[in-house]
Design a protein around this ligand. Structure first.
Ligand code: CA
Length: 224
């Protein structure tokens, strides 16, 4: 696994790079967007981590440039806390996910694992967990021999959980990825949807797939 980290702050860069290397990733660090673009054009990375604030071209501009150059590596944007526009801009520019600074290393590592996995799965039509299967092309879901009819929001939620599995997904991530920015995060809509998903997927099955991690979020897996 080879990762490109584009980060101008040397301390942050070496700290993150060291943590990823400890997890057996090969890491190249670029201090500018220009250098990042050069490296990404020359090498094939399993994931690219982009800091939004860079001298010269910004992380968002770099992201756009990479996608225009048809560089398909999954991209994680590192954004400033609370700047919703920055996150939306990043996703619009072609990033796959974002992480707000400051972040816990454990979370960064979980995101990178999920990102690398997603890269492998980008072209995959079918996502599976136990006997549950989601077909992204046909937009259909089945468990065992039975079809599971889902609404489009339920489908998007399940797809997100499957892409992240076996890692968990937080409530706010679900809101960001499944609902638009006008969503009122004070409502309990996420819980309502998780419950519906649970009824449709797990009811009548001995092995439960949808798990709640109290205070963390939700996870899909055959193990509780
Ligand atoms: Ca920076």
């Amino acid at each position: 696994m080879r990762i490109l980290l584009v980060e101008d702050e040397r301390k942050v860069g070496s700290f993150v790079a060291r943590a990823l290397r400890e997890n057996a990733y090969a890491v190249d660090v670029a201090p500018t967007g220009e250098e990042g673009f050069r490296l990404a054009s020359e090498n094939s990375y399993d994931a690219i981590l982009l800091d939004v604030r860079l001298p010269g071209i910004t992380g968002i501009e770099l992201c756009r440039k990479l996608r225009r150059a048809e560089i398909q590596s999954p991209i994680l944007m590192l954004t400033a806390r609370g700047l919703v526009e920055q996150r939306v801009e990043g996703l619009d520019a072609g990033a796959d996910d974002y992480l707000t600074k400051p972040f816990a290393l454990a979370e960064l590592q979980a995101r990178v694992r999920a990102l690398v996995r997603r890269g492998f799965r980008r072209g995959e039509a079918k996502l599976r967990c136990g006997d549950l299967e989601l077909d992204r092309h046909r937009r259909s879901v089945s468990r065992g021999a039975g079809k599971v009819p889902l609404t489009s929001k339920e489908f998007a939620l399940l797809e997100l959980l499957l892409l992240r599995a076996p890692e968990s997904v937080t409530r706010s991530e679900i809101i960001e990825h499944v609902w638009d920015s006008h969503f009122d995060s004070e409502t309990n809509l996420v819980d309502v949807y998780i419950n519906r998903l649970r009824q449709k997927i797990d009811q009548g099955h001995a092995v439960k797939l949808v798990h709640t991690l109290r205070g963390v979020g939700y996870r899909l897996g055959t193990q509780p």
